[in-house]
Design a protein around this ligand. Sequence first.
Ligand code: SF4
Length: 378
Amino acid sequence: MNKILRVDMSNLSTSIEAVPPEWAGLGGRALTSTIVAKEVIPTCHALGANNKLVFAPGLLSGTTAANSGRFSAGAKSPLTGTIKESNAGGLAAQMFARLGIKALIIEGLPKGNNWHSLHVNKDGVSIGEETELIGKGNFAVVETLEKRLGKKTGVITIGPAGEMKMLAANISVKDSDSKLRSHGRGGLGAVMGSKRIKFISIDDSGAPGIKLANQEKFTAAARVFAKAILEHPGTGQGLPTFGTAEMVNIVNEAGGLPTRNFTYGRYEGNEKISGETLRETIIERGGKPKHGCQPGCIIQCSQVYNDKQGNYVTSGFEYETIETLGANAGLGDLDQIATADSIMDDIGVDSIETSIAFGVAMEQECSLSATVKGYSAS
Ligand code: SF4
């Protein structure tokens, strides 16, 4: 990966830069955070002209190294005011790496109220104007772009939440099933929305690919790494069998499962939302109990969750979403949690932050109701 793509939205210009020597050994979160630390004024407004949104594939993305296709996004977070890094699966990291793109840096704010799109390919990056997809959910964006640009196009997009610059807005990345993987937490979708970019398309046709200095040594090291992953009980057995939801029963047993806005550490409905129940339900309905969120994943902690009729509902159904909406907001029903997860993916809000907010709101509502009825202890 030998180039940095830079987009300046203030004058709608783009450029290609060489990779500075000090960034050569960095990738993924190390690179996005280093660029944000170096180039973003710490006191700037996160949704203002001086914040920068940075995307970078991992250092080994585009190679045959196992699990090397995660994609990093970084900026000053509008939620925390600090450097935010968020990692997602999907196709983007491998496509960027094959195109030789070490990072994409987006800076400035455009004048006026028009919306834009970015198009990344072997020649660099270009800026387009977008009208059709404004206001549309993430699923519609992917479906429309596959018709407009071809089934193989890579997509990075924001939903209505990002357009509205909501602090829980995600950036979503298309995966190999044309579904979505999320850069969650910290409101990076709002930063993309502030720059008035609805989506970024990626076309990797004609990409040069990755050139290895020593193919033989690389393959040998990659084999050692893959073997270690597959032989570890967590990554070789637990995660591929139950997904991250395996943690529900473990954490519940330890008394640390956030329940009812974390006023309790054990949830009486834990079995209804456990990794074991999730697996049984998926198999019964013809879904996929193990599935990779990015090409080259050999752990496969993701899954495809169907409804009772066998129709697709959601994937990447993680412990944190199941726990925060299930135990913490008191919703002991996997079907309802899965439906909510899908809606949040489409709107483009973070399913953890949003579910935690539900828990807080429910407790406050209960306290308010009790006070109104005269039941308040105080
Ligand atoms: S499916 Fe799970 S293990 Fe595989 S890359 Fe995605 S998050 Fe990681």
